[in-house]
Design a protein around this ligand. Structure first.
Ligand SMILES: NC(=O)C1=CN([C@@H]2O[C@H](COP(=O)(O)OP(=O)(O)OC[C@H]3O[C@@H](n4cnc5c(N)ncnc54)[C@H](OP(=O)(O)O)[C@@H]3O)[C@@H](O)[C@H]2O)[C@H](O)CC1
Ligand SMILES: [K+]
Length: 512
């Protein structure tokens, strides 16, 4: 996966890009000048001339602030620049721009905010290494109290660019201007909410510097996987489009029916729901294009395993409505192990994960083929207690969502899709994708069942697990955006065809 435009750089990787650019002959002082210029451009596009307070910190984020203050002043804006830090410790480039500022340099105080209409937050960016010291914290609290519009340089001060975590109180920005590429912290909550509008500015770093950086994190977009999207082919046949099996439970029958319909809508050639014979009539009466197969009473486990002997059943989804009560839990576990034993593509969601909360390693040991797990936070904690309980695994801090998903993928051998407003998809080889298109109204009952259906439907058509998971999540979010507020889970598969047509037109120019 090498889609340069979708790459997300951690602050450490950004520093590598920065120094590689300098090695290629772009002076650091020019990078800083370009960064400041880009912020001023973004400010002038958004706000008319007004009184600005530029708060500068001790590092190069503050250096950008010196440039911003100078350029706004030159443009005739009333500017107040305040700096807190050790002047003698400024980097060469920051010192260069500090000296170029001809006006007064104020010390931090609450009174600075009087009469101000816009604040530029250039206190800390990529170099933040700990919660803010008291003087900076006071300014953050004043910004929060004054409710003034804020333009943050690179990140709002206090947000960790690699994790999106807030190291203490953070004043939310109306606009954040970052450089070269987005950082994971711009997409992960709470960072995402604190950034406001996000602008990525070109500051003259050559694209070639990316070749030597082993980037492993991307923002989800069809550009990452549209090449491999399994469009129906004219010479195709429904048997070429796979046969998905969805395991249906006894009590919450709607969940697996939603999953099955979604698998069919996204293009699986055939979809079968299996159901215990006691409840089979519910499935049979309500399904039309999805087939319902009855599992004989008393030998449901054997019957499910027997169904899977037919290798045409090439993708299996277990979890939505599978059941966790008494005997149902035993059957759910058995179904999962039978499915994994086939080494065909398997999606494990909801109850299929919780059923292994007592002995997750039994589950991990059984994963030896293509598998996607789709836990929400609660299920993640149940299945990966060691990642959750230990702050550090193999010297990696396992507290942020991307790292946790990566570790889980490595531990289990499955692609792990950790759901939420900022869903992360991680592959056992370390690659991770952060999704950013899900609207708030997608959080509705049954929406996870639909997602599992989209994934198993794509797997049935031969898409690789990591791509299938990323494509399903993006399409899921896109459908919700197109449908709008008032969405219920049933709307998702029904609204998918229009979204698929638009997506095909925009991203897949050549006919398959
Ligand atoms: N990378 C690029 O291509 C460009 C980046 N630009 C801008 O530069 C910043 C990153 O600059 P950097 O100097 O690395 O980091 P910061 O400005 O964020 O701050 C580092 C200094 O702050 C001290 N620090 C860190 N945390 C705290 C804290 N909680 N309280 C007080 N002081 C703190 C840190 O001290 P240490 O003791 O930790 O070493 C540093 O002194 C990037 O965000 C961009 O805005 C360029 O100008 C353009 C190119
Ligand atoms: K900042």
């Amino acid at each position: 996966m090498r889609q340069d435009s979708q790459m997300l750089l951690t602050p450490t990787e950004m520093a590598l890009a920065d120094s590689a650019a300098v090695k290629k002959g772009v002076p650091a002082v020019s990078l800083m000048a370009a960064a400041g210029f880009a912020v001023v451009e973004a400010i002038r596009r958004r706000w008319s001339k007004r009184t600005v307070l530029v708060l500068c910190g001790p590092g190069n984020n503050g250096g950008d602030g010196f440039v911003i203050a100078r350029l706004l002043h030159t443009a005739g804006w009333p500017v107040c620049l305040a700096f807190h830090g050790d002047e003698t410790s400024l980097s060469k480039e920051a010192m260069h721009h500090f000296k170029a500022w001809q006006g007064r340099v104020e010390t931090f105080s609450d009174a600075l905010f009087d009469g101000v209409e816009l604040v530029v937050d250039a206190m800390f960016g990529a170099g933040l290494s700990r919660p803010l010291d008291a003087r900076y914290r006071d300014m953050v609290n004043a910004m929060i109290a004054r409710k003034l519009p804020i333009c943050a340089v690179d990140v709002p001060s206090g947000v960790d660019g690699s994790t999106g975590k807030a190291l203490g109180e953070v004043a939310p920005a109306a606009l954040t201007v970052t450089f070269f590429r987005k950082k994971p912290g711009h997409l992960l909550f709470p960072g995402r909410a604190l950034c406001g509008e996000l602008v990525v500015a070109d500051i003259g770093i050559p694209e070639q510097v990316l070749v030597d950086i082993n980037v492993q994190t991307w923002e989800n977009s069809p550009e990452l996987w549209c090449q491999d999207y399994p469009w129906p082919r004219l010479e195709g046949h429904k048997f070429h489009r796979g046969h998905a099996v969805v395991y249906g439970g006894e009590s919450t029958t709607g969940a697996s029916r939603l999953t099955a319909r979604s698998a069919l809508r996204i293009g699986a050639g055939l979809v079968t729901v299996t159901a215990p014979s006691r409840v089979w009539p519910i499935y049979a009466a309500s399904l039309i294009s999805v087939m319902a197969t009855s599992l004989d009473e008393g030998r449901e486990q054997e019957a499910f395993a027997e169904l899977l002997i037919d290798a045409r059943h090439n993708a299996i989804c277990i979890g939505p409505g599978a059941g966790l009560q008494g005997e149902e839990k035993v059957r759910t576990r058995h179904a999962v192990l039978s499915a994994l034993a086939t080494k065909r593509a398997v999606v494990l969601d909801a109850d299929a994960l919780s059923a292994f909360s007592d002995d997750p390693h039994t589950l991990f040991d059984a994963i030896n083929g293509p598998c996607v797990m789709t836990p929400h936070e609660g299920e993640f904690v149940r299945v990966f207690p060691e990642i959750n309980n230990s702050p550090e695994i193999n010297n990696v801090h396992a507290t942020d969502k991307v790292t946790r998903a990566r570790l889980a993928a490595k531990l289990s051998g499955a692609v792990v899709l950790l759901k939420g407003a900022d869903t992360v998809i991680a592959s056992p080889d370390g690659q991770a994708i952060i999704n950013s298109n899900a609207p708030a109204h997608l959080a509705t009952g049954g929406s996870g069942d639909v997602l599992a259906g989209f994934i198993v439907g794509l797997l049935a058509q031969g898409m690789a697990p990591f791509d299938a998971a990323a494509a399903a999540v993006w399409l899921h979010g896109e459908v919700a955006n197109v449908f709008g507020i008032g969405l219920i889970a049933e709307d998702l598969p029904e609204c998918l065809p229009g979204v698929l047509s638009d997506f095909k037109q925009h991203y897949c120019s050549t006919e398959n």
